[in-house]
Design a protein. Sequence first.
Length: 443
Amino acid sequence: MGAISRAEVGEHTFLHADMETMPREQLAQLQVQRLRATVTNAYEHVPFVKQRLQAAGVKPADIRSLADLQLLPFTKKTDLRDNYPFGLFARKPAELARLHASSGTTGKPTVVGYTLEDIGTWSDLMARSMYCAGARRGDIVHNAYGYGLFTGGLGAHYGAERLGAVVVPMSGGSTERQVTLIMDFQARVLCATPSYALAIAELADQQGVDLRKSNLQIGLFGAEPWSGAMRKEIEDRIGLKAVDIYGLSEIMGPGVACECDAQAGLHGWEDHFLFEVIDPESGKVLPEGEAGELVITTLTKQALPMLRYRTRDITRITTAPCDCGRTHARILRITGRNDDMLIIRGVNVYPSQVEAVLIGRPHIAPHYQLVVEREGSLDNVRVEVEALPGTPADQFAAIGRDVKHHIKSLVGITTDVKVQAPGTVPRSQGKAVRVRDLRPKEV
Ligand code: DLL
């Protein structure tokens, strides 16, 4: 890859037309070749993987078709942690160009590494994703993803540069300045987590700045689950088209999948990754269209080849043709993570389901947290949500009852809803913390 081949197919344009519109049979051939090369790379350079594959009785030469993917054992986040920091790398530290890490809630961080070529591939795929979302050469891209160990900031930065756009490397934080510079530099593209985009919109309101009058037209939002209701709220308040972008550090960073014009799922870039959906309990691969845990295999990564990585993200996949002309499969909006899923008195609940109820309800601001506590042997969920500025405090209780009623009827769980004064729910500059689980830890 590398060379940019902008091409037009009907009214649609693509950054890497040859790859993005490749017939699926041809794509499958490329994938098998690349899969065998990836398994070989891991087998020869990562002793942990070699042992695993030997234990499973698999050799790289056994990979002859895509169906052979299922011979390979899964890789889990704990494998990365257990081999901290560099144990899963297929290149020596001195051969790398960069390290990133994600902290997670417990224990050691997950460390990921890239060769210079890996960084090039990532930049290409981020540029492809941005183009797919509507960004173009020469656009001013205001990048409010955090710079640093998090892959969001540098991932979007390198992608925007590769596209030929002009990056404003803002990172997260200094929200007042974000608003000023969006207006002054006339950014056309905003990159941020959806929750931070809303925090920027809120501050703009407080400053009396109407972001709908800014030059912003496209937002590339990801790094956390967000609902369709949240998309609409952001679009209404900022006046742009909000595009969903997905990725994870273990696989690369942002740019693993991205929405196109059709906004009917996120195209997963299948020339570089294989996508499967499995039943998280049994590990069985599910038929296309069924919801389960997304499993991803890298096809071109040098430093950190990943075989069947269990993402914990819950979604569905379709290979049905897309209106945009791209042939790559679509991952439907990620509804949540397995580990964020709350089981409340037997009902499975994702924070994004509660979010969809909260957003757009009268007098309620789109900032919330779910607090889970144990009372006796039962779990109790308290939804802490804010009233919109100007709402009289004596109406909070009634608003709370209305919200509680709608959560019960739409999500199926009984909650305590606490409506609080504006500004009381913590704002995040990166990924929002949606759940505070105060239940005693089981040992
Ligand atoms: O969040 C990479 C990224 C940065 C993606 C910027 C998009 C934009 P991690 O910090 O490793 O990497 O977190 C990865 O975030 O497994 C999902 O649970 C969640 N996630 C990422 N994108 C989305 C999305 C980055 N569009 C984890 N929708 C993933 C829902 C998402 N969840």
